[in-house]
Design a binder for this molecule. Sequence first.
Ligand code: PXP
Length: 260
Amino acid sequence: MRLGVNIDHVAVLREARRVNDPDILDALYVACANGADQITIHLREDRRHIQDIDVKNIILHSKVPVNLECSINRDILNIVADTAPHRATLVPEKRQEVTTEGGLDVFTSEEEVRYAIELLHDSIIPVSLFVDPSIKTMEKSKELGAEMVELHTGTFANLFAMLNSNLPHTKHSVKEYELPRYELSDRLEASLEAIKVSAVHAHSIGLEVAAGHGLNYHNVHEMMKIQEIVELNIGQSIIAKSVFSGLAEAVKEMRSLTIR
Ligand code: PXP
């Protein structure tokens, strides 16, 4: 399994104090030296973590491919086209959100997504679409010309945490999933089935398949069972662990769980 390590949160910490510490390039080197096959970063419209200069520096210094996530905003797309990452992943973006919520709506935003893919292809940048797992979105992603899809695993991860951790007893409990355990269990199974069926279908129509969002040391084994998924992009859980164990150990441990 290809492991994409998302290092945005290192820049979150830096931006919290508006200083030059921690250095995002240190994160790049440590992640790569300890098993990251890819570095994933998100150039958000509000620049709350990764800055334009980080994108340039990371692409310049990375020995592994850089997967640059971005919205379909035209100004952002022009920057992405100019910086030429190894791949662009199109994600939905709302200013107020804490993190990416849900997959890209490839139906209502069809024309904007098509334009974005064409613009990136003109700069010879392969495109992945971060989408919710369904057969319909796989078909549409293929029709729009993407090379790859990244299946949004947020629903799965939320259900998994509500069932298997103390999340329901904290203030971050996911309100819509405050349900009896048998119901959570059924929904978790259904969410996994949707990921699996979508991965199989996407693969069968020639799309490469990645997955990401909310994946961690406890739930990642479920993704490992789906052969059609060839890449995982993981950020929060790795950086959270690194606070206590250091980034090298945190990446190494995730690497050990994602070897096929
Ligand atoms: N993949 C995509 C497209 C994302 O937007 C994010 C979050 O930035 C991730 C993967 C990583 O998610 P997490 O930080 O929950 O591991």
